[in-house]
Design a protein around this ligand. Sequence first.
Ligand SMILES: Cc1cc2nc3c(=O)[nH]c(=O)nc-3n(C[C@H](O)[C@H](O)[C@H](O)COP(=O)(O)OP(=O)(O)OC[C@H]3O[C@@H](n4cnc5c(N)ncnc54)[C@H](O)[C@@H]3O)c2cc1C
Length: 516
Amino acid sequence: MLGGCGEAAIAGKLGGADWQRGHLLRDRRFPAPQGPIEEIDVLIAGGGAAGLAAGWRLAEAGFDRFALFEMEDLTGGNARSGRNAVSAYPLGAHYLPVPNREATALRHMLRQFGMMTGEQEGVPVYDPYQLCADLEERLLWRGRWQEGLYPTSGVTAADRDQRAAFDRRMDAYRKAVGADGRPAFAIPMAYSSIDPIFRALDGVSFAKWLDDEGFTSPVLRAYLRYCCRDDYGSEAEHVSAWAGIHYFAGRRGWATQGDGDRELTWPEGNGRLVSLMAQRIRPHLRPAHSVFHVERDGDGALVDLFDHTARRSRRLRAKAVIMAMPHFVAARVAPQFAAEGAMSYAPWVVANVTVGRHPEGKGVSLAWDNVSTASEALGYVVATHQSEANDGGPTVLTWYLPLSKESPAEARKILMTRPLREWQTMVREDLLAMNPDLDGVIERIDVWRWGHAMIRPTPGFLSDPARLGAVAAQPPVLFAHSDMSGLSLFEEAHHRGVCAAEAALSELDHPFESLA
Ligand SMILES: Cc1cc2nc3c(=O)[nH]c(=O)nc-3n(C[C@H](O)[C@H](O)[C@H](O)COP(=O)(O)OP(=O)(O)OC[C@H]3O[C@@H](n4cnc5c(N)ncnc54)[C@H](O)[C@@H]3O)c2cc1C
């Protein structure tokens, strides 16, 4: 097929979270519920990592009187994945760092899924085939690929000194304990100290904190910009200093053989984790249902939902409802229970690029994660890195771009209006700048848009009343979403899901031992 300039058009599709269904919710365009009111004990509204973790926790406790309603045709939220003839690949989340000691419920699940294989003297052992294989990361810096994500050559002594000083500060924060005896920074973040010494860091942006502390080296700042965009989809100017430091000081992966710093990953990224959770609770899943109204009804709640297949609305009465949807949606659906707050969300674009052979390049060999200092994008991960198909032949490269320079509203306009062909050109040019050797072997580029990809941990997010209200909610309406942590991480979503499920089990007097 030929495109407008006589150039061959690249095959591919434009996809994304279902905006039409999302906008039906925004505009409240649903018919009134019909038929008798159905009764249920626990209703989970939303099937991302948090909603699935809530369902998984209920099932673990032997509780089966629940249903999970998900708006989209598939569960998984922004940890969903895709697949083509070459490989499975992520559409969003792509890895899980080895969890911290405090992530007890998550470790329980990873053990059940065979990812954690046992313990040595009480310390977790992970399956080496599910930990990211060598080479984990490489950086294109001044025309050569080098190992790691921080330039090691051609930097000034001053740059090097600042990097060392920054690492020392982060190490001190990693070891710091508050007056309440808790670690200053934990994952799940709910276990972090509330000592005002650390909480004060939430009063300023990470960029201001870096300036004030004299961390001004351009090389260091470029690296820190990459980190903020990677985890939060945002510029350091829009990230709370507490969150910026949390990125470095929160992780204390607990594992044998020095595996604590490593990551678990699969061809489909965290799609593996959400699909295993979904399999565990398959009979309880009700995809293609939008929950559009929740209100109190005595000790329980009435829930209105729209069935997108049958094209009709129904009403259910639940003893407990777990709102596992983004908070800005929950505030519309259950205004009696959720305040809107000041939460804002970073838009992202993810492209899956199918290539006829593996990329190469000067310097170290291909890594799982490949980043260029010269690009606005965050580089690409290689879907087949963990599989037997990692033989130099066809593969899928997952390319990431947070639209962090524009305001979220402006970026969403770009997402809605830019045609596939323009995205493909941008992705192709960026990839060829990193890997000219890919010229002629790009077979297709599929582009996926996330309008509300990640909550932005802006300064003050720790004391946002909307967030705190959701965290403190009691039955009948509970909340479970990574938004409640203000940090869009799998561990956070999982923790919120587990806590909400345990609160529902307590309310219903169902016996269980807490995993959280
Ligand atoms: C591009 C990208 C890359 C990422 N990379 C990583 C990574 O590598 N590692 C990591 O840990 N994290 C990563 N994250 C973040 C991680 O994916 C999320 O933090 C986590 O998956 C969020 O899960 P959640 O359940 O809290 O929310 P969501 O994924 O937002 O799930 C909410 C669900 O609720 C559904 N829903 C919404 N409204 C309704 C309604 N009214 N009725 C019914 N259902 C509804 C939605 O369709 C969705 O399925 C990434 C995110 C993105 C976007």
